[in-house]
Design a protein around this ligand. Structure first.
Ligand SMILES: [Zn+2]
Ligand SMILES: [Zn+2]
Length: 295
């Protein structure tokens, strides 16, 4: 019963290879309840070929909206639902433009993400972004994410708070509550005020598991982060694979749901025309997971 709320398609996201048809086919094969395309809108970011990471929203809506199917109205035997959203990269100097972009089109879901700090991306500029201590790095990053949540109150989901942990040079880069407790509290208070969901991004989980020396269980989010979010009153969790290729659709989603349930979370959310939908998810008891598995 999961709606995978964050995915990318070729043609709109320069780093994705799946077409809409392929993505929908994959969603059906893995048994998702619904899938959302949320393509990159990162002003000023360019690919190695000099192409800006933005798309024409007008054309995007025209082509994709006829294929929408609301997950909330899905009947037995129907294919998975399909919704259209956008993943907006936060850049402070373009806040007004980004707010207009949210307001001017009928997005189902707007994800606000941080891909750059000081106009630099962590993948190509690790030495300029990462400080000697994870605490100093993550405090700065969570503060900017909090600013993005505050400046863009109409965004529905705060995407991958832990994105920067994917590219830290060296092992054991997982983001923990204790790295930035005050900053996390600040972020969560803003999100709760704005009804913005906290995204659990299985793309980060997979990267930590495959590249950063964590077992599958260790690669899951820090339980203290979720506990504190709930303690402050947060109850909107979205689950997403951030897939760019068909083999990534719903990656580690069953495992993540089992793990979330172990930590007392049994509901997830998505948005339809930016209206909140909350559903409990069922975990398949037969699912055997090797939590100690290492890459
Ligand atoms: Zn992203
Ligand atoms: Zn993404």
């Amino acid at each position: 019963m999961i709606v995978d709320s964050h995915n990318h398609m070729t043609k709109y996201s320069p780093d994705a290879t799946q077409t809409r048809e392929e993505m929908l086919q994959a969603a059906m094969e893995v048994g998702l309840h619904g899938i959302v395309t949320t393509d990159h809108y990162d002003i000023d970011s360019t690919t190695p070929y000099g192409e800006e990471w933005v798309f024409d929203p007008e054309e995007y809506c025209e082509i994709n909206y006829p294929h929408r199917r609301l997950p909330s109205q899905r009947q037995k035997g129907d294919p998975p639902g399909f919704l259209c959203g956008i993943e907006i990269g936060y850049i402070p100097k373009y806040s007004d433009r980004l707010r207009n972009l949210i307001a001017d089109y009928p997005w189902d879901i707007v994800i606000m993400s941080l891909h750059l700090v000081h106009d630099l991306d962590p993948f190509h500029n690790p030495e300029k972004i990462y400080k000697p201590s994870l605490e100093d790095t993550y405090r700065e990053i969570i503060l900017v994410i909090a600013e993005s949540a505050e400046m863009m109150p109409s965004a529905n989901i705060i995407g991958h708070y832990d994105y920067f942990s994917r590219y830290v040079p060296g092992d054991k880069s997982k983001m923990l509550y204790r790295h930035a407790p005050r900053e996390f509290d600040h972020l969560f208070r803003i999100m709760i005020e704005n009804n913005q969901a906290l995204e659990i991004n299985t793309g980060t989980i997979e990267k930590l598991h495959l590249n950063r020396g964590y077992s599958l269980e260790e690669a899951m989010p820090d339980p203290e982060i979720l506990a504190r979010y709930q303690e402050l009153g947060g109850d909107l969790i979205s689950i997403s694979s951030d897939s760019h290729h068909t083999n990534q659709v719903a990656r580690l989603v069953p495992e993540t749901c089992v793990w979330l349930q172990k930590h007392g979370i049994t509901e997830h959310v998505w948005f339809e025309e930016q209206k909140l939908v909350k559903e409990s998810f069922e975990v398949d008891d037969a699912l055997q997971i090797d939590w100690d598995k290492r890459a």
